[in-house]
Each structure stands twice: as C-alpha cells, then as structure tokens.
Design a protein around this ligand. Structure first.
Ligand SMILES: [Zn+2]
Ligand SMILES: [Zn+2]
Length: 861
C-alpha cells in the first residue's frame, strides 16, 4: 500500500500541471470544421462584462455551460464553446475618472486578469475565436450593421423625450429604467429630457417577436412571459370623436383623418354608448390649441404636466393621483351623436395609443374612479349575460350584453366590437387597431466608451440637414484613444477636434461627425454570430458558417437579461435574416436562466461585504472543488446560498475519489487485458452465472443506475446537484466494498469498469482531477474525447425487491420477489410466507392490499 503522502489529494499540484498542458494544446477545446462528420452542438454562456474580477455568480454560470460542453464532447458532438468580452460601457469611464487610467487600458487589463481566472478554473473555451467588443475589428461591424439598418429605414433620428440619468450623464433605454430609477444607479431618479436621438425600429418586428415566442419551447416560460408583457400587444379600435366647434390652429394633427376630429384608442369600443367624456393627454396637440387662447386653462394644464413628470420620475406613473380639468369644449360621439365634455387629465399618456381616450365610467375601473371624483355622469351600457345577476358598477367583464346602445342592443360584447368596427370603417370614422407597448430602441448614448455612430453632418448642407452615412470603405470610424473624461454631460467626442472634424462624403466639404456612441446592447445583439468566424476582415461573418452552427443549441445566462439582451438579439437576428445574411429566425433553440448566488441571505455585493472571491476559494480548495460546489449546492435554476462548509465537503468527496482510484488503479490496469466478465454475471448470453459475482453485480448495478440518471439529467432536467450527489453515493458504495476489493473478490475488469466510469461521470464537473486520474488508470488521450459511458439497462435493473408484509397494518415479515413481479405474484408470495401462514391460520383474510414494489397489507379477522 502506498504511503499517506502519495494518497493525498493535492489540487495545488494537479491543477497547474494540467492547466499548462491544456494551454499547450489549442485544439483541445476548438470546434471542428463542418465536414468533420459529427453532429454540431453550440453551447454558449453570455459573455461577461470585464469588470476586473470574476465573482461567484460567474463561476456558477460558466460551470454550468462548461459541464454541458464537456458532456457533449464526450457524447461525440462537434462542440463550439466560445468566450468573449462585452467590453464597452460606462464603468471604464468611471474608472478612468477615478484612477486616471484610460478606458481602453483599464478594460484590456481587466480582460487579461479575468482570462487568467477562467483558465485557472479550467473552463474549456476556444480562445481562438475570442471576441472583444471594444476593439475596432469587432465594432466596425456594429457600424456596418448600423449603415445597413439606416438604408433599410430601421435606423432613424427623431427628437424625443428621453430618460436621462444625471449620474451616468447619458440617455437610458426604457428597459434601463427600473421603477423610475437608473438600472445602474438604484438611488438615482431618471429625468425626462428632449433630445434628438438615434433609434432602431424594433417596433417593425413587434408582431413577429411576439409570435416567435410561441415556437421557443426550449426557453423558460418565465422569460417568454416577460417578453410578451414587454411587447404588450393590445387589440382595440381607433375611433374619431367630432369636435363640436371649429378650433383655431387645428388642421394638421398627425392622427386625424381630417380636421375637427379627436382620434381615441380603446380596447372596449362596445362600451362607447357609455362614454361620458373624452380625456386628452396634457401634451395632446388639441390641448395646445385650446390653451393658446386660454391662459387660465394653460396654467391648469401646466400643473397636470408637472404632476405627470413627477410621477414618471418617481416611477409610479401607473398609480398617479388622478387629476383633470374640463377644457370647456365638447366632442360628439360618432355612434349616437351625443355631446360629451373634453377634459385634460394627468393620467393620459401622450405616447400610448393616440394620447386620447373615451372615458366610460360604468365599465372601467380607472374611468369610474375619475368620474366619481369629478362628478361626471355614469351611464351603464353592458349588463351581465344572466339578467337576474345584480350589477355593481363598474362592471368591467366582457361577458355581457349591450343595453342603452341603440341598434347594437342585445349583441354580446364580442359581437358588438366587430359590428362597431365595421360601422366605423364604413362611415370613415375609425378602424380596428393593434397597439404595442414596445417602443423603438433608442441607441444614442452621450458617452465616450462605445461604438461611434458612423454618420456625418455636412456643414455646407449639401444634403440638407440630414445625416450622411460614412461610406463602407471608410469604416471603422475609430474611437480616438486620447480623450479627457470629464462626465460634464454631453458627448465627450464633441470635445475631440480630430474626431469631430471630417469631410463630407458627398461634397468633400467640411463636415462634423455624429458624436453619440451606440448603446452597448448593440454589441451583444449579434456577438454570438461573430464567434463562428471571429477573424473575418471582410464581413461580419461567413453565412455558410453561421448556417452550420445556428441556432445556438443552448444559451445560458441570467434572467435579468430576459427583456433587454434577449429581445434585442432576437430583433437583430430577424433583421439579418431579412438582409439575406442568415437563414435562422431565432438566435437560440434553448435558453436557460440560472439562479443567483447569494450569501448570508443577500445578493453578493461589495457594499454588503459578502463577496466570495473565486481566487481565494481556488487557493484553498482548488478549482475543481469550487466548480463542483457551484453545481452541487443547488439546482442550476434556483438561487444558491454560498456556504463554505459545503465547499469543504465537496473537496473531501473529490479527495475520496482520488484515494479510491489511486489505491486500485494498479488492479484496474491489469483488468484491461482480461475479457470483461460482467456480461456473464447474470448468466446472460447463455453463459453460466459467475458464483463470485454478488458484490460485482451489486456495484455494477449501482454504477449503471448512476450512469442512467446522470445521462438523463444532462438531457433534460439539469439537476447537476443530484447528479453529483449520485456520484457520491456510488463512490460510497464502492468504498463500502473495500474489504472485497482488497481481497480480490471483484475481478479486475470490473474494478476497471467501476473506476473508469466514475472518472468519466465526473469529467463534466471536475476536469483537473479527472485528467489526472485518467492518466493514473493508464488511459491515453484526453478524457474529453472518451465516449460518455452508456447505461446498460439490463445491468441497472434491480433483481429482487424486498416487500414488507403487514397484517392489519403491523409489519410481520418481508418477502423477496422479482423486481418486475405483478400484483398477483406478490400477493401469492406474501400468502405463502411461513410467518404469515402461521398468523392467519384459522382466521379469515378479508382483503389483500398490494402496493406494487412497496407493500402488502392483509386485513384479517
Ligand atoms: Zn445611471
Ligand atoms: Zn456635403
């Protein structure tokens, strides 16, 4: 027997050794060409922001993806498992301001450090396809795509109200405003400002983005629901109310079919006979016309605007205390000619629908509340289908019948809606209309550390005032490296003359560059396509390569990206498809959102002082233990509460595997030369059963049950915590047979089968240990290329079960039956048992209850 020192598991020796070997073998984790003859598998974890340090959440995220990649390699797939850096963004500028390090230098240093950490963790990434979004060889294609979007009318400029974070000193997308606050600055209230901004017309794809969700059955329902809500489709009707009198200044409203109309959007046109007012957003064009000649009204409207602004900034617009003022003007309901007052209200939003609604207090909660408060009439026009049912207003159900609605009386709500839309179309005062909550994607940022938008403005106005695209052959528009970051607001690039001043591509005269940079979500919208062809200098990628690799087979990342990144990248995919660059409609076949890593009940954060450093854990327990613990401590989709005790436990388990394998490696190796006996253990294949096979059979049965379970886990449930737990059980069982193993009761080929399989099963979770033991067992080549063990169903099958037998609920004995015995056989076995026979002699068996595989109970009198 080897001495203690030799048997000690020492990751500090094993891991650096293998890290070095792997670094010297770039083909190890490289994808093979499409003609390699293997099925492809593209597994991808979201690329990290290079903040400088991997944290425990990263370890978890990438351990999940790496386990899957390794498993698929062993299953014989051509695996692509790339990594890159989402390297533009504000923190680099903040760091520059704080530490006086240029953003580029800070970012590239961080990348180097995190790459070192990834390699130390033993992540199987193909670094040959690494991408770094802040480098010109990547961001030039952002610019190229921007130009293609511009040509297709999908990139455009407009003046708009924008969300402005005073802390970031930049515009935020709607998606980056959470409860009225900045997504990066939880304590900073987002302001509203008017700015000319660049937008991507994502709304052109709203319906397709919505419908596509139905087909994404490999995505979590939670993510799909969040996207559906974000897109926010609502079906309804646009209807024109007529203005009673001529109003000065009205004549060219965008939404009006002609003069003297107010177009409202409603999802319940069937209730229109119950409309008792029209409510306008304070910013509505008609309101401006009313207030132009009415100073008192203007003052009141200004107050409403102020209230709305405050509520928006506080993030509780939905719960705003409702205020409104009558304008003194009236509108005519087009269906019944009824005259209703026109109000202005602070809860009507200019950017939803048409900025005008009809108020139907009897059938809408909000309208009811408003009408009650301001004394507006309440007119019921829908009754329940069941006439006898008492009605409490507001009655908002659509399961109803129209009343007080003229020719539409007696129709159901659904029938009425359809009929009323037909009437509106026929008479030219409205139509069916679908609206979306989704807004166009504002991509302008007044920041330095981002992709420059490739547009110029001619000072000679040769093309009018419009932006002029930078020609393709002048890309990339390089981000200047020398720049002073002040965060004084406005675009930093406007203060760099070498950048700002250029020549007009049309007339050759003086021109200025666009100084906004792109939202960093542009970078991450298509990066996974670039991995397939990361070095391509002539195109973003080769379409043939994308065709082979896409869609991504498994995409893994945090649920916080459910609506931002995961909607933008779906949009980008559809645009690229329409450009003819790719054929897939969706980027990823399956998506997985892992849970958070918490500690002491809180999300890890510097301010809470509960951050776990992977470097520290690796130094104390090794990378394998750290990774395996991140998978063992909780199912991947749940939150994981980081416990050092648990990590130490996993480390002890790996040490047991080490000791067991090294102890019997020599025996196992001799088994390689012998024929494997386990096929004859049961007397299968007509061969006689091996009388010594009892313990062998038990261990092999446990092994093949474990293989079956883990294989199944990889195929679906991803409960890697129970996968690892079942390897622990298996190892325990083998260790419990130590005496027999030591005595040579288990034939060497079986020992080899057991130890080799334990190593293979652990390969996705503990790559260093496994590489070392693989070598220890005398195996050649990388364990990654060894076939994943196949579960032998015959061996995994339980031979016999012990079934407890009760009389009147009391345990009397246990009978042995074959594992697949039916109810009758089990019953017969129970009744034939000697102890049972003795107890029931002279009594009557009233009933026999058999729970297959579990229990027999006799009811005896
Ligand atoms: Zn901010
Ligand atoms: Zn010009």
């Amino acid at each position: 027997m080897a001495d203690d020192k030799e048997l000690r598991y020492d990751p500090a020796t094993i891991e650096p050794k293998w890290q070095q070997r792997w670094a010297a073998d770039p083909a190890l984790y490289a994808a093979e060409p499409p003609n390699c003859g293997k099925p492809k598998y593209y597994v991808l974890e979201m690329l990290p922001y290079p903040s400088g340090q991997l944290h425990a959440g990263h370890v978890r995220n990438y351990s999940i993806g790496d386990a899957l990649a390794r498993h698929m390699w062993m299953r014989g797939y051509n695996v692509m498992h790339p990594m890159g850096w989402d390297a533009f963004g504000l923190p680099a500028e903040n760091a520059a301001l704080k530490n006086n390090v240029p953003p580029r230098e800070w970012t590239l240093n961080n990348i180097a450090g995190m790459k070192r950490q990834f390699n130390r963790l033993g992540m199987g990434f193909d670094w040959a396809t690494e991408i770094t979004t802040c480098l010109p060889d990547y961001y030039r294609w952002n610019q190229w795509f921007f130009l293609r979007m511009f040509e297709r009318g999908l990139a455009y400029r407009k003046k708009s109200k924008v969300n402005w974070c005073p802390e970031c000193a930049t515009v935020l997308a709607n998606e980056q405003v959470i409860d009225g606050r900045c997504w990066r600055h939880e304590d900073t209230i987002v302001e509203q400002r008017d700015l000319v901004q660049w937008f991507f017309r994502i709304t052109a794809y709203a319906q397709e983005l919505l419908e596509g969700l139905d087909k994404l059955d490999g995505w979590p329902e939670k993510v799909r629901t969040m996207q559906r809500n974000w897109i926010g489709r609502s079906e309804g009707t646009e209807v024109d109310f007529f203005l009673e009198e001529k109003v000065e200044g009205i004549g060219n409203r965008e939404q009006g079919i002609e003069k003297k109309r107010i177009r409202v959007f409603t999802t319940r046109v069937d209730t229109i006979f119950g409309a008792t007012s029209v409510q306008l957003a304070p910013q509505h064009a008609l309101v401006a016309a009313f207030t132009a000649s009415d100073a008192a009204l203007k003052a009141q409207v200004d107050e409403l605007i102020e209230q709305q602004k405050k509520a928006r900034e506080a993030g509780n617009l939905g719960a705003i205390e409702k205020h409104g003022v009558p304008t003194g003007h009236f509108a005519i309901n087009p269906y019944n000619g009824e005259r209703v007052p026109i109000w202005v209200a602070n809860y009507i939003l200019a950017d939803y629908g048409t900025g005008a609604i009809m108020s139907v207090p009897a059938h809408d909660e909000r309208d009811f509340e408003f009408a009650s408060k301001f004394g507006l009439p309440i007119q019921q026009v829908i009754r329940p289908e069941d006439k006898s049912m008492a009605v409490v207003l507001p009655f908002v159900s659509e399961e109803g019948v129209l009343i007080n609605s003229g020719e539409f009386d007696g129709l159901s709500c659904t029938q009425a809606e359809k009929r009323m839309q037909e009437v509106a179309v026929a008479q030219g005062f409205g139509e069916a209309k679908v609206t979306y909550r989704l807004k166009d994607w504002g991509v302008s940022r007044q920041r330095y550390w981002g992709t420059p938008i490739p547009m110029v403005y001619c000072l000679a106005h040769c093309e009018g005032d419009g932006p002029i695209p930078v020609p393709d052959d002048q890309l990339p528009v390089l981000l200047p490296e020398k720049i002073e970051i002040t965060q004084q607001g406005g675009s930093p690039l406007a203060h760099v003359p070498e950048f700002l001043n250029t020549t007009c591509p049309k007339c050759g005269g003086a021109a200025r560059r666009e100084t906004d940079t792109m939202d960093t979500f542009v970078d991450s919208s298509w990066y996974f396509y670039r991995y397939t062809d990361a070095k391509n200098a002539d195109a973003p990628f080769d379409s043939a390569k994308v065709k082979y690799w896409f869609p991504i087979d498994q995409y893994i990342g945090g649920v916080e990206h459910a609506i931002l990144h995961l909607i933008y990248s779906r949009f980008w995919t559809k645009v690229m498809r329409d450009m003819g660059l790719i054929e897939n409609d969706e980027p990823a076949r399956r998506q997985f959102s892992q849970g958070m890593v918490i500690k002491d009940g809180h999300k890890m954060s510097k301010s809470k002082g509960n951050v776990v450093s992977p470097d520290d854990m690796i130094a104390r327990f090794g990378a394998d233990s750290t990774r395996a613990y991140a998978l063992f401590a909780a199912p991947p989709d749940r939150d994981l509460d980081w416990q050092e005790d648990g990590l130490a436990g996993v480390s002890r388990f790996l040490a047991r595997v080490w000791r067991l394998t090294t102890k019997y490696a020599a025996v196992a190796k001799t088994g390689r030369a012998e024929s494997h006996p386990f096929r004859t253990v049961r007397g299968m294949d007509g061969a006689p059963a091996d009388p010594l096979a009892g313990i062998s059979l038990n261990l092999l049965r446990k092994l093949h049950q474990t293989i079956a379970k883990i294989t199944l886990d990889f195929e679906g449930r991803w409960h890697f915590n129970t996968s690892i737990a079942s390897i622990m059980e298996l190892v325990n069982e083998i260790q419990a047979a130590d005496a027999q193993l030591a005595a040579g009761d288990v034939p060497p080929p079986v020992v080899l089968e057991l130890l080799r399989s334990v190593v293979l099963l652990l390969a996705p979770f503990a790559p260093y240990l496994v590489a070392e033991l693989w070598e220890e067992l005398g195996e050649e080549g990388s364990v990654l290329r060894a076939p994943w063990p196949a579960a032998d169903a015959e061996l995994a099958r339980e031979d016999e079960l012990e079934i407890p037998v009760q009389i009147n609920g009391k345990l009397v004995t246990v009978v042995c039956v074959s594992a697949d015995a039916d109810v009758k056989t089990i019953e017969a076995a129970a009744l034939a048992d000697e102890k049972i026979q003795a107890r029931i002699a002279g009594k009557t068996v009233v009933k026999v209850i058999v729970v297959p595989r579990k229990l027999v109970n006799l009811v005896v009198k």
